[in-house]
Design a protein around this ligand. Sequence first.
Ligand SMILES: NC(=O)c1ccc[n+]([C@@H]2O[C@H](COP(=O)([O-])OP(=O)(O)OC[C@H]3O[C@@H](n4cnc5c(N)ncnc54)[C@H](O)[C@@H]3O)[C@@H](O)[C@H]2O)c1
Length: 312
Amino acid sequence: MKILVTGVAGFIGSHTAERLSELGHNVVGVDNFNDYYDVSLKLKNANAVKAKGVEVLKLDLRSVDLHSVLSKDFDYIFHYAAQPGISATSTFEDYFSNNFLATKNLVDFALQCENLKLFVNIGTSSIYGLEATFTEDVAPKPASYYGVTKLAAEQLVLQKSREQQFKACSLRLYSVIGPRERPEKMYTKLIACGLNNEAFPLYEGSDKHLRSFTYVGDIVDGVVSVIGKETITDGEIFNIGTEAEHTTQEGIEAVEEILGKNIKIVIVPKRAGDQKRTKANIDKARKLLNYNPETTLLESVKHQVNWYKENF
Ligand SMILES: NC(=O)c1ccc[n+]([C@@H]2O[C@H](COP(=O)([O-])OP(=O)(O)OC[C@H]3O[C@@H](n4cnc5c(N)ncnc54)[C@H](O)[C@@H]3O)[C@@H](O)[C@H]2O)c1
């Protein structure tokens, strides 16, 4: 199958492109290599992906006339490119343009791909809001520009399924961790602080937040499982993540256990829009996609620490 992966130089997109290539697919990846975080990390991810046989193109989904650059013979599109996370440095314009307008351009391109079997949008548990413990049919209450624009992007894609213009589904991912996790996110930062004897900035009160911390390999299992299942996935939303819940404090302790040392913590003001509890309800994905994530928190952290030590 010929597959387009957007956001291919990012954390989860790079793992997905590698897996798809290993499965024997012809994979083309696009990314604009923006500087939301250190571009050298994205170049490193892109090189790893290229080494697995993936073609990587530098493209900005917001500005480019995609059909004049990309061939239109894709069987699947996996859409990861986005302004992720809730960050004080990201503006409304960043979220709106990278999540909503970029998705609109990609949808317009997809409409011209005659062989397209399924457009797979990558959504997020942030669509649900401050609590994300629900089944997919519950009304979303996003509490950040990130969540609002990701919800809008999801609906843009699913709209085309409702109009029967192409088949599409959306996968809402839960707190993804593991090798290549973005540098501003919790585990990569914790590991860096632990190894460099620096204080880890903990958002006030967040030690009690509950999360479905999900290993990136388990996320990719769920994502690629939609291939060949377009009849049952068309028009559907699936939560993809682990059902196991851990507090942020337990996450800190897991890193300390693997590093074999305590990490100094400094409390910083809480972030607006930070979710209090995420617990992936994956009954639907279990039933329809045979999805069964099994990697434990400790195993995930071990993989991430090993990756960090090998790369930094
Ligand atoms: N990391 C998580 O825990 C998590 C959880 C839920 C959902 N998600 C979703 O997964 C996807 C990937 O997240 P990630 O953590 O890998 O982030 P990431 O920032 O590492 O990857 C996103 C990539 O998209 C690229 N990109 C952004 N805007 C673009 C544009 N306009 N044109 C082309 N490329 C563009 C970036 O350069 C980046 O390489 C996002 O859609 C995010 O909403 C992530």
